[in-house]
Design a protein around this ligand. Structure first.
Ligand code: SAH
Ligand code: MG
Length: 197
């Protein structure tokens, strides 16, 4: 990567900070991009584009990888369109503006990356495993949800408590899913890796 790319990436991260867009933390991105390299992932379906940061980082990690990514928020989607253009990655990143639960995606992918509404992960998983390659992997971000998953529930608002419970339900769902080999990584904001057997 040259200096110019680094400064473009810094700009995207600054935008995320200024606009409170919850992009993946550095440790998480490192894990994800290394996973793509090590497993020679060629195709990724991402749920939750936000402004395109993680999609761009994945695309930069390997010249062979193609990404399809879904975002339902128009402002973020527009920002993602702009960012993908900046990096000349339009040929490898396909941006879909829609609610992931309402859209049908064609084809299969080596990796499905779930990084959208944290309370909907079981639904995303069950829907998009239909797009997963035979021994493909489903990676989920924010399994620790900013450390809240292991905190006392009494200290939380009702909404937050509900969300934290859903994340725990999803964790159980993964653990009990016999079709996948599942690992929980305590890196970044908590990452679950489910490899289909
Ligand atoms: N993957 C991004 C961050 C995504 S933040 C990165 O690391 O750079 C989560 C995004 O998911 C938000 O922008 C939110 O609008 C989007 N989202 C949440 N639920 C969604 C749904 N059902 N369909 C599509 N996008 C959704
Ligand atoms: Mg995330």
């Amino acid at each position: 990567m040259n200096e110019n790319i680094y400064s473009e990436i810094r700009e995207i991260k600054q935008y995320a900070l200024d606009h409170k867009v919850p992009i993946m933390v550095d440790q998480g991105i490192d894990f994800l991009t290394r996973f793509i390299e090590e497993h020679q992932v060629k195709s990724v379906l991402e749920i939750g584009t936000a402004i395109g940061y993680s999609a761009i980082m994945m695309a930069l990690s390997s010249p062979e990888v193609k990404i399809t990514t879904i975002e339902r928020d128009q402002e973020r989607y527009m920002e993602a369109v702009k960012n993908v253009k900046k990096f000349d990655l339009e040929d490898r990143i396909t941006l879909v503006f829609n609610d992931a639960l309402d859209v049908e995606i064609d084809g299969t992918f080596d990796l499905v990356f779930l990084d959208a509404a944290k309370g909907q992960n079981i639904r995303f998983f069950e829907k998009f495993e239909n797009n997963l390659a035979e021994h493909g992997t489903i990676i989920t971000d924010n399994m620790d949800f900013h450390g809240l998953v292991n905190q006392e529930e009494e200290s939380m608002s009702r909404n937050l408590r509900g969300l934290v419970r859903k994340i725990k339900d999803y964790e159980e769902f993964l653990k009990n899913n016999e079709n996948y080999e599942v690992k929980f990584m305590t890196i970044g904001d908590g990452i679950a890796v489910a490899i289909r057997k």
